[in-house]
Design a protein around this ligand. Structure first.
Ligand code: PEP
Length: 238
C-alpha cells in the first residue's frame, strides 16, 4: 500500500503576520515543483485568511490548530469548523498535547471535535501520544489504545481513509528529545494494528510522527514502514 507522504507544519502561537506571510511565501516558492508530498501549514487563527490568499493556486493546504465542537454560539474565544473552512482550511488538528495540557482537551472532546470537523468538511489530524511518565512505567500502548478507542467511540463508521493520525510522544514535543526510528515505528505499528480493529481503512490512513523533528533526524524516521510523514512544530518555522 503506497501512502502519499504528508508534511504538516504546526506554527503554534508563533510568527507575526508579516513573518507568517514571508514563511508561507518561501515554502510556496521552494515547493512549487513538489508533487510527491502533501504539505499542510497550520498557522495561528489570525493568519489563516491572509496565508490562504498567499497560497492561492498552490498545492499547499491549510489547517487550523483546533476547533470548537459546536458550529456556533456563545463560546467566547473559540472558532468553529465552518469558520475554518470559510477561510480556506482543508484540515484541522485535534487533540494536540498542548490542547490536552492547557485547554482541558480529553478523549471525549477529541471525539466531539472529530464529528464537528467532518460536519464542516475538514480532514481531522488527530494527535495521540504518551507522556514521559507513561512511557517509563510501560504504559505507552495502553495510553495509545485508550486515546484511539475513546476518541473514536461510537463513531467508528465515520473514520475515513483521508483522516490522519499523528503520533506525538509528549516527551518529545518541543524538548529536543526525539523518538528513535525504532521507538517511533513500534508505536506507529501499534496504532495501525489498533486501527485495524476499529476501521477497514487502517492501511490507508496516514500516520505522522511528531516530536522534535529536524532536517537531520527526519530521513531515518520517514523510512520506517508505518510512518507516512511528519507533524513538525519548531522546525517548521524555518
Ligand atoms: C508539534 O507541535 O506538534 C511538535 C511536534 O512540535 P516540535 O516539532 O517543536 O516538537
Amino acid at each position: 500500500m503506497t501512502r502519499k507522504i504528508v508534511i504538516a507544519g504546526n506554527w503554534k502561537m508563533n510568527t507575526t503576520l508579516e513573518e507568517g506571510l514571508q514563511l508561507a511565501t518561501s515554502i510556496r516558492n521552494k515547493t512549487e515543483k513538489t508533487t510527491d508530498l502533501d504539505i499542510i501549514l497550520c498557522p495561528p487563527f489570525t493568519h489563516l485568511h491572509p496565508v490562504s490568499q498567499c497560497l492561492e493556486n498552490s498545492a499547499i493546504q491549510l489547517g487550523g490548530q483546533t476547533l470548537h465542537m459546536q458550529e456556533k454560539g456563545a463560546y467566547t474565544g473559540d472558532i468553529s469548523g465552518t469558520m475554518l473552512r470559510q477561510v480556506g482550511c482543508a484540515h484541522v488538528l485535534i487533540g494536540h498535547s498542548e490542547q490536552r495540557q492547557y485547554h482541558q482537551e480529553t478523549n471525549h472532546s477529541v471525539r466531539e471535535k472529530y464529528i464537528a470537523a467532518l460536519k464542516a468538511s475538514l480532514i481531522p489530524i488527530v494527535c495521540v501520544g504518551e507522556s514521559q511518565e507513561e512511557r517509563e512505567s510501560g504504559q505507552t500502548f495502553t495510553v495509545l489504545e485508550t486515546q484511539l478507542r475513546e476518541g473514536f467511540q461510537g463513531i467508528e463508521n465515520q473514520i475515513q481513509a483521508s483522516c490522519i493520525i499523528a503520533y506525538e510522544p509528549v516527551w518529545a514535543i518541543g524538548t529536543g528529545l526525539v523518538a528513535t526510528p525504532q521507538q517511533a515505528q513500534e508505536a506507529h505499528a501499534f496504532i495501525r494494528q489498533t486501527l485495524k480493529s476499529i476501521t477497514p481503512y487502517a492501511n490507508e490512513i496516514r500516520l505522522l510522527y511528531g516530536g522534535s523533528i529536524k532536517p537531520d533526524n527526519f530521513s531515518q524516521i520517514i523510512q520506517q514502514e508505518d510512518i507516512d510523514g511528519g507533524l513538525i512544530g519548531g522546525a517548521s518555522l524555518t
